[in-house]
Ligand binder design. Structure first.
Ligand SMILES: *Cc1c(COP(=O)(O)O)cnc(C)c1O
Length: 430
């Protein structure tokens, strides 16, 4: 019989993380309990010393949450995972786990706006500096940003919303030459379309709010550890390779080996910061994961068909979708995303801001929402909503053109989606 770790991803999505024994519930139960019971104080003592596996308190771990962590870790090919209350919490903990005041990190400019805010403004107030690398920089230019206080490189597989594909292997090699890890936000790709560990990434994070849940039902995040980075190799990460005062002197690399990073994230940062998902949130996420391999393929097929339709329309000024033959990221797509490029497209309607607003207001099936990546087709015009206070010139500086429409293509029948877009495009030009 095959071991769980050898299953293909479609099998892991429904089988990993929870295997009931004789007479137990077939479906992962919601353990709505903050608290756990022990036969002896000695056992609880060993649990506190992290000598045995088990649950102490649901801020730190819970059986429902743990099952989902194991499932996602298996799907990414990691050694362990930590679920968080949001994607933002996952980004924060993944960086803060190995970065302190006075140190710096390198981040790609093509990352989610919320990540940019967190890294460039909020973490700056903690004394952590972010140095941004643009996709067109040479290796030498990026290496010039790295010094002995640089802790990690951070990038995003398919950037939300600019849809730029990140050259994972290139950045992994660059990071490893300098003894630092690569963290990749894999939210849009999901482990079904791309598994960054296979290209050298060390840590993967997700906003599970997007395709993993997939139904716009529950906010959440996750951090997955590949177990591949050697934190003790060069003494650069003493927080992992020397005693932790806050945990009576435990040395994570010695006690937990390949799971050092993810264990510290849980037992130290989750303990102290409490960005914990509720068991019901993990239960809902778990249901989403079961159909993720089916959904993300349909999202990708539909998005490619819509992108091709838009490209052929005389009412559309430009289309950006990594799966298009015209995409500047064609080679990166072949390498990292050969089986689909996810469901988000951006494009411009001819006639600028006014035509874009007319288009938006004429859609019937596609609904205006701020969210992306759920089963229903949705749409956002940043210039008239999230970025409405900006002038046209300021918008261009922010990388958002006045005519830019971001569309998250759902899993409806693609003919219905295209028919809706077609009638709205006609109205946009009147
Ligand atoms: C939405 C998103 C986040 C933030 O996640 P939340 O669950 O909204 O906190 C982070 N990264 C990417 C790529 C996202 O799309």
């Amino acid at each position: 019989m095959k071991d769980q770790k050898d299953y293909k991803i479609e099998t892991k999505a429904v089988q990993s993380g929870y295997t009931p024994s004789n007479g137990q519930p077939r479906v992962l139960p919601i353990y709505q309990s903050t608290t756990y019971k022990y036969d002896s104080s000695d056992y609880l003592g060993e649990l506190f010393d992290l000598k045995v596996d088990g649950h102490m308190y649901s801020r730190i771990s819970n059986p429902t949450v743990s099952a989902v962590e194991e499932r996602i870790s298996d799907m990414e090919g990691g050694v362990g995972a930590l679920c968080t209350s949001s994607g933002q919490a996952a980004t924060f903990i993944s960086v803060f786990n190995i970065t302190s005041c006075g140190q710096n990190i390198i981040a790609s400019t093509t990352i989610y706006g919320g990540s940019t805010n967190l890294l460039a403004f909020t973490m700056k107030r903690m004394g952590i500096e972010v140095r941004f690398a643009t996709p067109d920089m040479t290796d030498e230019q990026i290496e010039a940003l790295i010094d002995d206080k640089t802790r990690l490189i951070f990038g995003e597989t398919i950037a939300n919303p600019v849809l730029k594909v990140f050259d994972i292997e290139r950045y992994a090699n660059l990071a490893h030459r300098h003894g630092i890890p690569l963290i990749v936000d894999n939210t849009f790709a999901t482990p079904v379309l791309c598994r960054p560990f296979e290209f050298g990434a060390d840590i993967v994070i997700h906003s599970t709010t997007k395709y993993m849940d997939g139904h716009a039902s529950v906010v959440g995040g996750v951090i997955v550890d590949s177990g591949n980075f050697d934190w003790a190799a060069n003494g650069r990460y003493p927080e992992l390779s020397t005693p932790d005062e806050s945990y009576h002197g435990i040395v994570y690399t010695e006690s937990f080996g390949k799971k050092a990073y993810i264990t510290k994230a849980r037992t130290q940062l989750m303990r102290d910061l409490g960005m914990t998902p509720a068991p019901i949130a993990s239960y809902i996420l778990n249901l989403g994961l079961e159909s993720l391999p089916l959904r993300i393929v349909r999202h990708s097929e539909n998005a490619l068909a819509v992108a091709r339709y838009l490209e052929s329309s005389d009412k559309v000024a430009w289309v950006n979708y990594p799966g298009l033959e015209s995409s500047p990221d064609r080679d990166l797509v072949k390498k990292y995303l050969p089986n689909g490029q996810s469901g988000v497209i951006s494009f411009g309607v001819k006639g600028g801001r006014d035509a874009a607003v007319k288009f938006m207001d004429s859609l019937r099936l596609a609904q205006i929402v701020v969210h992306v990546a759920d089963a229903r087709t949705s749409v956002l015009h940043p210039a008239s909503t999230t970025h409405r206070q900006l002038t046209d010139e300021q918008l261009v500086d922010a990388g958002v053109s006045p005519d830019l429409i971001r569309m998250s293509i759902g899993i409806e029948n693609v003919d219905d989606i295209i028919a809706d877009i077609e009638q709205a495009l006609i109205k946009s030009q009147k």
